[in-house]
Design a protein around this ligand. Sequence first.
Ligand SMILES: NC(=O)c1ccc[n+]([C@@H]2O[C@H](COP(=O)([O-])OP(=O)(O)OC[C@H]3O[C@@H](n4cnc5c(N)ncnc54)[C@H](O)[C@@H]3O)[C@@H](O)[C@H]2O)c1
Length: 254
Amino acid sequence: MSGLLTERVALVTGGGSGIGRATARAFAAEGATVAVADVDPEGGHQTVELIESDGGRASFIRADTSIAGEVENMVAEAVRTHGRLDCACNNAGIEGRVGTTTIDYDEGDWEHVINVNLKGVWLCMKYEITEMVEQGAGAIVNIASIAGLVGLSGSSPYAASKHGVVGITKTAALEFAKQGVRVNAVCPGVIDTPLLDRIVTRLPGRKQFYLDAQPIGRLGAPEEVAAAVVWLCTDQASFVTGHAFPVDGGFVAG
Ligand SMILES: NC(=O)c1ccc[n+]([C@@H]2O[C@H](COP(=O)([O-])OP(=O)(O)OC[C@H]3O[C@@H](n4cnc5c(N)ncnc54)[C@H](O)[C@@H]3O)[C@@H](O)[C@H]2O)c1
């Protein structure tokens, strides 16, 4: 692909690291202007610099996607700066206290994961879809997980949040299909990012466990997720909405 998103504007939350950074760069490589949003300004600015050094166009917006006012401002600033909003990847997410069972999770940790991973995606859709309906077109991709399709031991609120993301993706897709807004989810398998590094630092046995669980025999790269997100936002995917698309090396096929 190349130039499939020329003259379009894309917003990526959690764009300062991992899958979000790879997605922001992949949008820019297709010609989109990218608003990179993140709660971490350092990572976000680095992504903008990477896009600009590749010859693309990007800006940074600081936003915590679990806070309604910050999400409203994020979407407004993207539109104010770049004139419109055609594509959005709601990617910002956290892993929680991986390795803690359902009965050992405490209420605060549970709520934090739900607030960032589920409420945050809903808030993003709320303001993005409002803008896209006014424009009469738009494409959204929410980053769920294989844990949005099957259970994941030791990740109770994470799995709940990601199943929730799949549910609100399908719901919004039905609600806004006739108004030109497509909404899909991508469900990554185990992807080699700083999130995974944090898990295996805390739980060293996990890396081998994850590797052994991969039908394809290796971890995924963030760029392999980004490619699916970008395709779903192009006109090549014009009849695809309400889909939860695993990019997982075959994990959920088993
Ligand atoms: N890495 C994997 O194996 C994997 C697998 C399935 C799904 N995912 C999902 O992919 C997404 C990205 O994960 P990653 O592996 O790239 O993680 P990462 O930790 O490398 O990057 C996440 C980014 O999100 C930002 N972020 C976190 N909370 C935020 C908030 N409240 N507001 C705004 N930004 C926030 C972080 O600052 C960071 O830049 C997450 O939703 C994650 O659940 C990851």
